[in-house]
Structures are given as structure tokens and as C-alpha cells.
Write a protein that binds this ligand. Structure first.
Ligand code: ZN
Length: 257
């Protein structure tokens, strides 16, 4: 299985074998640079692609036998579009999960409360969402995650267990923080790229073209294009025969501690 431990074992054995061969046959020194490059590339892919479960397992989809999918929105509570998205979800009677950033809560307590009051759930998306989050040590990461939970708890009385890594990046320190904090790491199976794609048709096609039973869709409640496409997107998902269900119900897991 491709995971960090197995890859490390493989590379250590490979390098030892290579050193032995080199000793006898005088192989090119450049080969060591290539081995290092391959190793670093594997680490990069392992960090970047949460679906690989390279450093630790995340839940990236639900039951592929059921024609149901779950929506998720990251980076709120946001004065920009969280309220608009809540309006649309209420209109369509669809429940979702919002992976919130703790530092966005002060001043937006009403938004966070509304998320919960209207039947949606809150996930932990860290407190700081710091650009250097992935360079934090395990203790600092855990402090950051717990600070978010404290903020969520003080406003809603809910302590999230579902955690989505900031930027979707994973590494060995985050593995420790997730395990020590008792979190369930949640990835996605469809990254909408709604913060990158500017064309509504393209975004719709990208999401609808990737739909599969059990899919977890990643959007941002800071993205205007998401608000624009959401009504048509929900309608077309339902027309394709999918039920849109809340993530915890799809996964049959308790979202709160
Ligand atoms: Zn984020």
C-alpha cells in the first residue's frame, strides 16, 4: 500500500542496494540526485492529494452504492456569501456542512448560529487557516484546531469532530494533531475549483460531469460564482436522480463530540 511508512522503507532499502551496486559498478553520482527528486516528488503528491491517504486516511466519499451526494462549503462564516448560500439552501430544502475557520467567527456569530439553526452542520477548518499552517508543529496544529472548536462551542454549543485540512494539505504533524484531537479528517471527491474557475457553464460542467454516487463536493462560501450556479446546480443534480444529503447522514457518523 502506498503510504508514508512503506515509501520510506522502500527508499531506504533501495538506497542501500544502490550504494552496494555503486560500490561494485561505479554508477553515475547523478543517480543519487534522481533518487532524491523521485522521493521529494512522492512526498509532494502525498501532501497535496488528500485522496491518496498517504500520511493518514481521510474520508473522501460516501457509500458508492447509494445515489446520494453531499455538499460542503469551506472558509466561512463569511460576510460575503454565507448568508446567500443559506438562503438558497433553505429555498431548496437542502442540508449541508460548512467547514468554518475559527478566526472568522468573532463578529459573525449570527451567521454561525444561523448555519446550525437551519439544520446544517459545522466542521473544523482550523482557527487560523494560516498560509504556513502546514509548517506548524503537531502541538501548534492541535492548539489551532482546538481553538476553533472552542470558538464554535461558545457560539453554538457544538464541538466539531469533522476536520478538513486547510488547503487540503496533509503531513505527518497533521496526522498527530488529528489523532490526538480525535478528529475525523474529511477530504472530497469533487473539487469544484470555484475559487479559480470564472465561467459559470464551465464550473457547472466540471461538477456535473464528475458526479458519482457517494460524492463529496467541495465549494467555498466566499465565492460569488458558487452563489450564482447553486440553484441550477442543485436542480440538475436532483434531475440526475441524486439525493443531496447532509455529510454526517451520508457517512452515518456523528459530526460532534
Ligand atoms: Zn480553506
Amino acid at each position: 500500500m502506498l503510504n508514508h511508512r512503506n515509501v520510506n522503507i522502500f527508499f531506504v532499502l533501495f538506497i542501500l542496494a544502490w550504494i552496494l551496486l555503486d560500490h561494485h559498478f561505479h554508477l553515475s553520482p547523478a543517480a543519487y540526485a534522481w533518487i532524491l527528486l523521485v522521493y521529494v516528488s512522492v512526498l509532494f503528491c502525498g501532501s497535496y492529494f488528500i485522496q491518496l491517504g498517504y500520511f493518514f486516511k481521510s474520508v473522501n466519499s460516501g457509500n458508492i452504492g447509494e445515489k446520494e451526494i453531499a455538499l460542503s462549503f469551506d472558509d466561512g462564516p463569511a460576510t460575503s456569501y454565507t448568508m446567500d448560500i443559506l438562503d438558497l439552501l433553505r429555498e431548496k430544502q437542502v442540508e449541508s456542512i460548512f467547514f468554518c475557520i475559527g478566526k472568522n467567527i468573532p463578529g459573525n456569530e449570527n451567521i454561525l448560529k444561523r448555519i446550525v439553526d437551519e439544520g446544517h452542520i459545522i466542521g473544523n477548518h482550523s482557527y487560523s487557516h494560516h498560509v504556513l499552517f502546514d509548517l506548524f508543529g503537531a502541538d501548534k496544529m492541535l492548539d489551532d484546531l482546538q481553538k476553533m472548536n472552542t470558538a464554535a462551542d461558545s457560539v453554538t454549543g457544538r464541538i466539531p469532530r469533522f476536520f478538513r485540512p486547510p488547503y487540503g494539505v496533509t503531513n505527518p504533524n497533521l496526522k498527530k494533531a488529528v489523532e490526538r484531537g480525535g478528529f475525523i479528517s474529511i477530504g472530497w471527491s469533487i473539487r469544484s475549483l470555484d475559487t479559480v474557475i470564472r465561467n459559470e457553464d464551465r464550473l457547472m460542467k466540471k461538477v456535473l460531469g464528475s458526479l458519482k454516487p457517494g460524492a463529496i463536493l467541495l465549494f467555498h462560501d466566499t465565492s460569488q460564482i458558487t452563489v450564482k450556479i447553486l440553484p441550477a446546480l442543485i436542480r440538475q443534480i436532483q434531475q440526475k436522480g441524486y439525493r443531496i444529503v447532509r455529510l454526517d447522514k451520508m457517512l452515518k457518523l456523528n459530526p460532534y463530540a
